[in-house]
Design a protein. Structure first.
Length: 183
């Protein structure tokens, strides 16, 4: 697997998926302009890191999971994610909050999909006095592989992350998860 740009090494999914087929892809968020609450003395924030975890290869008809794991030094009240996939190759099954999101007392976890365009929109909101800060599994997505394809990708396309006050805290530069679907 490619090394993480920063932070601790990614955790592997459960033993039900072989280690040879698993890997993590890292996504870094670069703060656009610091908020008053999270600004460091030099005017910068630490990066918001997201790592894709899931299989490298899947078979047609197979249902599989991918996980978005975060390491967020920035306190975020709202985390909106747009995730793009190829609907001719994959079918979206569902999205669930990960253990990290579950610990934080979310007041909302909304996931909607436009299957025709291959766009999943997820919005997570922390409860009063809570914030999404720290590290862990944020979202678990399930897909079914439909068509053999040499290379297909899942990518985070939403780029604005909000801080406690609702201002823009960071912009994600996404590295997609690349999968091979075999017959």
């Amino acid at each position: 697997p490619p090394p993480l740009a920063q932070g601790p090494p990614a955790q592997r999914p459960t033993a039900s998926t072989s280690a040879a087929q698993d890997r993590a892809t890292t996504v870094a968020a670069t703060p656009t302009r610091p908020s008053a609450a999270g600004a460091a003395a030099d005017g910068s924030n630490p990066p918001f890191m997201v790592a894709w975890m899931g299989p490298f290869r899947v078979k047609v008809g197979e249902e599989f999971k991918v996980t978005l794991r975060v390491n967020s030094p920035i306190a975020l009240r709202v985390v909106p994610l747009d995730i793009k996939f190829d609907p001719q190759v994959l079918s979206f099954v569902d999205a669930q909050q990960g253990e990290f999101a579950g610990r934080l007392g979310l007041t909302a976890f909304d996931a909607t999909v436009d299957e025709a365009s291959g766009l999943i929109r997820i919005v997570m909101r922390a409860g009063a006095g809570q914030a999404l800060q720290g590290q862990g599994d944020l979202v678990i997505l399930r897909f079914t592989a439909n068509t053999p394809w040499k290379q297909t990708q899942l990518s985070v396309t939403k780029n604005e992350l909000k801080d406690d006050s609702g201002g823009v805290a960071a912009v994600i530069k996404s590295t997609p998860l690349t999968l091979r679907v075999g017959g």
